[in-house]
Design a protein around this ligand. Sequence first.
Ligand code: 26Q
Length: 803
Amino acid sequence: MTSIKTVQEMKDAICDKLKLRFGCGVEDADESQMLYASALALREIMADMEISSKRELRDKKARQVHYLSMEFLIGRSLMKNAYNLGLGDMLTQAIEELGFKSGDVFEAEPDAALGNGGLGRLAACYLDSMSTLEIPATGYSICYELGIFKQKIVNGEQVELPDIWKDIGAAWLVTKPQETETVYFGGTLRRFVDNGQLHIVNEGATEVLAVPCDMEIAGYNTDHVNVLRLWDAKSPAMMDMALFAKGEYLRAVEQHAMVETIAKVLYPDDTHEEGKLLRLKQQYFFVSATMQSIVRKHIEQCGTVMNFHEKNVIQINDTHPTLVIPELMRIFMDDVGLSWNEAWEITRQSVAYTNHTVLSEALERWPQSLIQTLLPRIWEIIDEIARRWQRHVDEYYHDTAKTAEMAIVWDGQVRMANLCVATCTAVNGVSALHSEILRKDLFKYACAMMPEKFRNVTNGIDHRRWLSEINPGLDSLIKELTGGDAYLMRPLELKKLEAYADDTAVLERLAKIKHDNKENLARHVKRASNIVLNPDAIFDVQAKRLHEYKRQLLNVLHIISLYQRIQDDPGIRMQPHTFLFGAKAAPGYFVAKRIIHLINSLADQVNNDPICKDKLQVAFLENYRVSLAEVLMPASEVSQQISLAGKEASGTGNMKFMMNGALTVGTLDGANVEMHEVLGDENMFLFGMHADEVVRVRQQGYMPQIHYAQNYNLRRVIDQLKRGFRDGVSYDDLAQRLLMNDEYMLLQDFDAYCQAERRVAETYANPGKWNRMSLLNIARSGIFAADRSVAEYADNIWHVPHR
Ligand code: 26Q
């Protein structure tokens, strides 16, 4: 085993890698090269651990987890891996002694931003926990050349730039060409009988090579290492001499280029985009490569697929990898030679599905015609599953309306969620409320038929990254007060902090840590965007993807009302209040982009109005991403979680803020409900309609104009939107939407929200009270650790042992 035990050995290892990779000595290296060399030094250790973890799995023949996701929002890895290997301090010191500022080297690492938001970041947090809990697991996705776009704000508006991450990010990847798989698209099916056996071959299909690029995932305080396997798409066409020989040089090159677009770019939408061919290609590409690889390794091990479901469980992260179901059926029937029934029994028992949304526009549907031409054999299998399912449902309910609602293929469309629900052994939502909505609403008829399938696993976050690593001040205080670092492996140890809820000395230290973190954020924002934040103001933050259901616009309406109050009374005494936003909008989501523009117009107005000095400030932090969240969370005091109740499946940002001592202004939505259960009314700022009231108001007919007519403050705010601000841009379109066509009922909750914000300001004026609440939030955040979520998956869904 390679090991590094001293700072000197770490320095030697880094210099060694500099020499090998770049042919330079440390005196000629720059930060990026240092970063790359440090990554290689750590990888050498992790590679040994990967090999021994694999060996152990082979010997034990244990059940393995395969976590399939179109997204893994990993972020940076150097500090994370060093931390998990117990080498964090040593690496920092080695880099410093080699003459570099360690901070500059860590900052040179690009985020591996292979995800949009919550779902992708969740997958990354779970990878960490699966390794830490010593669960044999592999993540699978696509090795996108471009991650989520980089956001620039130009004249107040979002502009998207390509995110080129692999030049340096590839330091973490090991290409394994010997494990390449071939994926087939298009073609025509031909059946023939040979030796009494029916055979199906696909003729004239386009071949795409799937080449694995593996990333090692080290756990904390363990030698266990898992792998994240990212498939890269390569074309065999360049080698296709048949094409060249026919003089079809251009066609060969064309096909080559077409194939390699499959892994070019991550789709930047966090809701469904209408049936895009390339997206479907991406899904099948990664699913087919993954399943072929898993089945191949299983047969090598066991010599049969009849026990496949005993040794493997496939977790489907939202419907994006649903094609695993027909693909596994195809492999079992066409490649292995099982009957339909044999293949079905094994497939069914191997797959589990997590739902992440109830938004109807986000439920994936594909045109039948697209699947027929791109994946003819897969279509046949889906069609047969759909037929059998429909018969089953019909026999159960004898009700055509229910048959229609539950159908897998209907009206020329394939409904991926229904295919998952029909097939999988387990279907889970991601918070208690969300799982209840799945049972009682979205999948109610399926749930009545098969109640045992429906589960809940409330999301969690990697608390080692999202607390210990990014908030070293708080981390030391916790270790001091709880008597050591036990909380890193047992997050519920945080509870011990409650004993200090009335200890003024501790509360003051907590406040000092927060203030230091605010100054750190301010430095960061000054450097990145040249915005000067006032570290003595309340840092009130809403950071998440921009979506109407998340209601960033409600936050804006309240800020405008505050601004108008200051205009009415410029001498008003108030707590200085800084509102921070971070949000990317899907490039094609026009309304979301308008809201970003509005935030920037408002910021421009407020920040340049002298009457707001030391009272009110608004800042839009551009390019919100994992590495920015890592500076933002420790510095936040108010966490905005204000989605329309029933719409946010869980949220995970809410947990990161809570764990870092921010207080939540929130609706009873997603995991906020469970935060409220542990905190009580007195330790958060709840407001607004509950999920059932939302349903009732909608049934009775939501009437925003009444609120406009009856509420003077609200009317003034809406009228201001129409006029716009000093940059002369009118937001009449947004005003009209709020008044005429607002699915998310902002005006209904406006008053309650303003009152909640008033309570925030009042409470902040009493630091003793505020700090006590903050401490209790940290103390009770342990249940939101990903270790708890992953242990629940392991116990209740995967049935695998864990630490
Ligand atoms: C689908 C088809 C075509 C193009 C894009 C997509 C697509 C991509 C990403 C659809 C959805 C997503 C991402 C969804 C997501 O992030 N959902 C969030 O998941 C979190 C983890 O469970 C929850 O905490 C959030 O509440 C939920 O919004």
